[in-house]
Design a protein. Structure first.
Length: 508
């Protein structure tokens, strides 16, 4: 880009366009006349920055600002981060949000720099073969379901885009994050941005409930958004596994205060799924980790309190409040909210209907643009959500209903691949920060699965953003540790057989 601007005809042409745009705005809208100059200065600054800086800035903003599409604070309060969140996720007057344009634009900048052999950015990590295949299969499956559902089965095109939009952006985010990051040593920077995002949303959520809602006598089902559960679980995983892999005093006290703030945010956000995802993530990482000091101490404490568990559950089952609150969460997951009244929960009815829809065509599904069948009539919530029949809460079952076994396999392939590489790379990593990164990535995948199974996770911006970053980090950790052979090394071995068996190298 700098070479392009250095060419005199191109420079003068761009200068002339800026001058004409400024003069036009002076006549039509004088208040907007500085915009061309600001855009030119901003474009010049962007072209001089490393892709890593720009990408991390977008990621930091995305995990911190309000997730406006999910109506934070149930639409009754606009935090200081509402306006930037509206710009990033729902750019007014445009069909594509700003985050789409940022991801595509940064990828375009990367391609241009690679084509012109620019030295601004270092050589990026390649994508491992499994991740590359999954990232190609995912958009191909989405396009097939669009053709199958809209073109061949007469679905509603108006809603189909919303059914797959965030999943389609996921491969682009993985490609961008993998290109921008410089390897496992960048995990610490990513972790810091996530912790800042967690703490910011935790404090804003607490402020909303304590200072705004309760004094007015209002009750709200959540504070920030449902998808913040994935963010909170990721923040907890960062704090806990950083200490577990390197148990020093500094990491311990950092874990204490970070967990305290995030648990406060989870409490006021009041999402059961956050606690379930956190516990399942702990169990998954606990079982794959070796028997180091922290794990031994945790196991001994667990064995000591295990005899008290039945008593705790029995008391909490009858009075699930106070210190027995976790039992109440577990009870609500097992029994449902309406079982005592002899009724099925809304979610249970919805799941039955979605499974029945899948059974109509178990191999190929209905395709995009089709509602699920109401075998059991649901309460009509169209006044609040007009297209609710197209978006069941259980995204995993919905992928079976809309895509069948074939579609689900293509849409979900990246999840087991990410888990496999994360576990394999964790056992081959040596620096504590890198090992903690593998466990955090595994925790993200577990949280994503739970969010998809429990609350529309596959169409969540935040869930897909964190999953994309986790998959990119997992890819780099797998290549750098030799958990998966690097495509570059494989090509070198083919061209030079005498080097076969040499350690996997990392890009410069």
């Amino acid at each position: 880009m700098e070479a392009l601007l250095s060419r005199t005809p191109v420079f003068y042409a761009l200068l002339a366009m800026m001058v004409m745009a400024t003069l036009g705005l002076l006549i039509v809208a004088p208040a907007l006349s500085p915009l061309p100059l600001l855009a030119a200065v901003g474009g010049w600054w962007v072209c001089r920055q490393q892709l890593r800086t720009l990408t991390l800035a977008v990621f930091a903003a995305a995990v911190t600002v309000d997730l406006v599409p999910e109506v934070p604070y149930e639409g009754d309060w606009q935090s200081p981060l509402y306006f930037p969140g509206k710009l990033l996720y729902t750019l007014p007057g445009m069909s594509l949000p700003l985050i789409d344009l940022a991801v595509v634009g940064l990828l375009g900048l990367m391609i241009y720099r690679r084509a012109t052999r620019s030295t601004i950015d270092p050589t990026p990590f390649p994508l491992s073969t499994p991740v590359l295949i999954a990232m190609l299969v995912l958009p191909a499956t989405i396009l097939w379901l669009q053709v199958w559902g809209i073109g061949l089965n007469g679905g509603v095109g108006r809603v189909s885009k919303t059914q797959w939009h965030q999943m389609m952006v996921l491969p682009l985010m993985v490609a961008l994050f993998n290109t921008a990051l410089r390897g496992p040593d960048d995990f610490r920077n990513v972790a810091r941005f996530i912790i800042v995002g967690c703490c910011t949303k935790a404090f804003l959520g607490a402020w909303f409930i304590v200072m705004i809602a309760r004094p007015r006598g209002y009750y709200f089902e959540y504070a920030t958004t449902h998808s913040d559960s994935v963010l909170y679980v990721t923040g907890l995983a960062i704090a806990i596994w950083s200490y577990a892999e390197k148990p020093i005093r500094k990491h311990f006290w950092r874990m204490v205060w970070v967990c305290a703030v995030i648990f406060m945010g989870m409490h006021y956000n009041d999402r059961r799924l956050a606690y379930v995802s956190f516990q399942l993530g702990l169990f998954a990482c606990f079982f794959i980790s070796p028997w180091h000091g922290v794990k031994r101490k945790a196991t001994r404490i667990g064995l000591l309190v295990l005899p008290l568990l039945p008593l705790y559950l029995s008391i909490g089952w009858q009075n699930p409040t106070g210190i027995f609150g976790p039992v109440g969460i577990f009870k609500s997951l097992v029994e449902g909210e309406n079982l005592a009244k002899g009724q099925m929960d809304y979610r249970d009815i919805e799941n039955v209907d979605v499974v029945a829809t899948w059974q109509r065509n178990p191999l190929l599904g209905t395709g995009w643009g089709h509602p699920f069948d109401e075998i059991i009539k649901l309460p009509d919530i169209s006044h609040a959500f007009a297209d609710y029949l197209y978006f069941p809460h259980n995204s995993v079952l919905s992928m079976f209903a809309f895509g069948g076994v074939v579609g689900f396999s293509g849409l979900w392939l990246w999840v087991p691949i990410g888990i496999f590489l994360a576990v394999r790379a964790y056992h081959r990593a040596h620096p504590p920060e890198h090992r903690a990164g593998g466990l955090v990535a595994l925790s993200v995948f577990v949280a994503y699965i739970n969010q998809a199974f429990g609350d529309m996770g596959n169409i969540s911006w935040l869930a897909n953003l964190l999953a994309g970053m986790a998959l990119a980090c997992t890819n780099q950790l797998a290549l750098s540790t030799g958990a998966w052979p690097s495509p570059l090394t494989q090509r070198e071995e083919i061209s030079a057989p005498e080097n076969k068996g040499s350690p996997v190298g990392t890009p410069g």
